[in-house]
Design a binder for this molecule. Sequence first.
Ligand code: NAP
Length: 286
Amino acid sequence: MTPSRIRAQHVEGTTRVVGILGNPVDHSLSPRMHNAAYAALGLDYVYVPFRAAPDGIRGAIRAMRTLGIVGFNVTVPYKQDVVRLVDRVTATAAAIGAVNTIYREGDDGSEIVGENTDAEGFVAALRSHGAKTKGARVLVIGAGGSARAVLHALKTGGAKEVLLANRTASKAARLAKEFGAAAVPLAALEDEAVLSSRTLVVNCTPVGLKGGAYLGYDAAATPKDCIHFDLAYGRGLTPFLDLARIARRPLVDGRHMLVHQGAAAFRLFTGRKAPVAVMLEAVGVA
Ligand code: NAP
C-alpha cells in the first residue's frame, strides 16, 4: 500500500489483537476486511499480518498465549502444520485435515482450538449466488489444501457426483478415495462427455494468477447454467473465470468465499455476527 493510502488505525491500550499467520502475508486481503468489520461495529480490535518463518510457527502459537492474542487466521503454507500445535481441533478441521482459524475457548480462554471455516465459506458463497451443494454434479480441479475443504463441503452437503482432476494424478486418486469422489484425468477439462453434465465447476489451483493462461478448459461444453467457482482470486477476474465469462456462464469470485470464511472466523474471535456487506465492499466485490 502506498503511504498516501494508509489510514490511521485506532489502537488503544485496551485494543485486542487478532492476526493472520502465513508466509507470505503481504498480499492478504484479510487485514483490510477484518479491520473494516471492526470499524463498522465499533469493536476495539485490530487485525494484523504476521509473516512467520517455518521455524517460528510453533513459537507463534505459543505467543498467542503469552501475548494474549485473541486468535489467528492461518494461511499458506501452515494450514496443515498447525493441526498438531493447538490443544484440540474441531470435527470439521479434523475431517479436512487443516486449520485456517485458531481461537480461544474455555472460561478463562486458555484452550487454543483449531477450526476450519473454508468449507463453510465455500457453501455460504455458493448460497449467496442462489446455488447449493445438494444434488450438484461437480468437477473439482486441483487436489491441494483448499480442494480438501471443498470436497468436505460437497460430501457433507449432499452433492450427487464429484469428479476430481489434478496435475498429479496420484494426489487426485488419494483425495477422491478419502472424500468419496471419483478421480478423472486432467484431460476431462476438455472432454464434452464429462463437462456436459456438470452443474458446478470449482477451480482449486492458482494457475494463471501470476500471469499466463489457465489450463486447457472448454467452459462452453458445460450447460449454460453451470456455475464456475474460482477459489483463487485477484483484483479482477481470474484466468479461469475469464474463460467462464467468455462462455457466458455464471461466476462466483473467490473473494466471496474469502469473506464468508472470514465472517465465520470473525464470529469465533468476537462472538458477534460479522457485517458481511462491509467485508465484501472491503475486498472489492460489493
Ligand atoms: P495448494 O495446496 O498449493 O494446491 C495447489 C493445487 O494446484 C495442486 O493441486 C496443484 O497440483 C495445482 N497446481 C499448481 N500449479 C499448477 C499448474 N501449473 N498446473 C496444474 N496444476 C497446478 O494450494 P491451495 O491451498 O489448495 O490453494 C489453491 C488456491 O486457492 C490459491 O490461489 C489460494 O489462494 C486459493 N484459496 C482461496 C480461498 C478463498 O477463501 N477464496 C481459500 C483457500 C485457498 P499438483 O498436486 O500437481 O501440484
